[in-house]
Design a protein around this ligand. Structure first.
Ligand SMILES: [Zn+2]
Length: 284
């Protein structure tokens, strides 16, 4: 029955389109995660740089300190020596050296003073960045958790669809299945099944289908592909019959509507009128 209008193949194609969508939806989360994490990541990068700068300055501070210490030692020794000079020449030499060391010490002190000021400012910047980063991280976490949960749901949806696809594919003739897969291609982006239009054209490329093929398609025994674009051609769902009878149209519409009917929806018209349901099934 289902073979005749290739209903299962059409259903499979619908599922495959939804599966592609679901996969894309899951991929779409990647840039969203990046967007959420970006502000905190930028702050983290700035913080790292400032911390490194502070560390380097503190190292420089220590180097200056020991250099100052060394110069003070030297001054002390020169002072001692100046007390025990034996002649003017020696005195001149010692005082020249004293002058030089004193100047060096002054330079060191000036440098240390500037450095101390800079260390203070960079230290303040680090503290600022630390609190901004902590704040940004706190904001990131709930949003990221939200996104993670949403992505989990999208993954579950995909799993359900893949399960439905497996069941659907199991009901399809393996030879038809191979043709279907080959047409859709590895990316699965191409249409593989299309209905014949009312005026006998391919529903995919709208090329006219030869009359004999049209009859074979409507009969449904053999699988016919469009000569122009290669899609598997399926007979259209019977709208004419449904148009004759309003109620039947309703029941058709409901059974086409979604898969939720399979879950035993009591409101489905089939439940009210068993004969009509049988008719509808035979049509399908
Ligand atoms: Zn075509």
């Amino acid at each position: 029955m289902t073979q005749q209008r290739r209903t299962a193949l059409k259903e499979l194609q619908k599922l495959d389109v939804r599966i592609l969508d679901a996969r894309q939806r899951i991929r779409d989360f990647d840039p969203m995660f990046e967007e959420v994490e970006a502000p905190a990541l930028i702050l983290e990068g700035d913080l790292e740089k400032s911390r490194k700068r502070l560390q380097e300055m503190q190292l420089e501070e220590r180097r200056l300190e020991s250099s100052t210490e060394e110069k003070r030692e030297r001054l002390k020794r020169l002072d001692e020596r100046s007390a025990s000079v034996r002649n003017l020449r020696e005195e001149a030499a010692v005082s020249a050296e004293l002058e030089m060391v004193k100047r060096g010490l002054q330079n060191d002190e000036q440098e240390a003073f500037t450095l101390l000021d800079q260390v203070g400012r960079v230290g303040e910047r680090v503290a600022e960045l630390e609190s901004a980063f902590a704040e940004a991280s706190q904001l990131v976490e709930p949003r990221r958790d939200e996104l993670l949960a949403e992505r989990e749901r999208a993954k579950k949806d995909l799993e359900i669809l893949e399960g439905e696809r497996e069941i659907c594919a199991g009901a399809i003739d393996p030879a038809e299945m191979r043709i279907y897969d080959a047409i859709r291609g590895r990316e699965g982006q191409r249409a593989a099944v299309s209905e014949l239009t009312e005026d006998g054209a391919c529903g995919n490329c709208f090329g006219v289908v030869p009359l004999q093929h049209q009859n074979e398609i409507r009969h449904g025994d053999t699988l016919i592909r469009c000569e122009a674009c290669g899609v598997i051609l399926a007979a259209p769902e019977p709208v004419e019959e449904a148009a004759d009878e309003g109620a039947e149209e309703d029941s058709e519409g409901a059974s086409e509507d979604s898969s939720s009917d399979l879950d035993g929806d009591e409101e489905a018209p089939e439940a009210d009128d068993p004969t009509e349901a049988v008719e509808a099934k035979e049509d399908a």
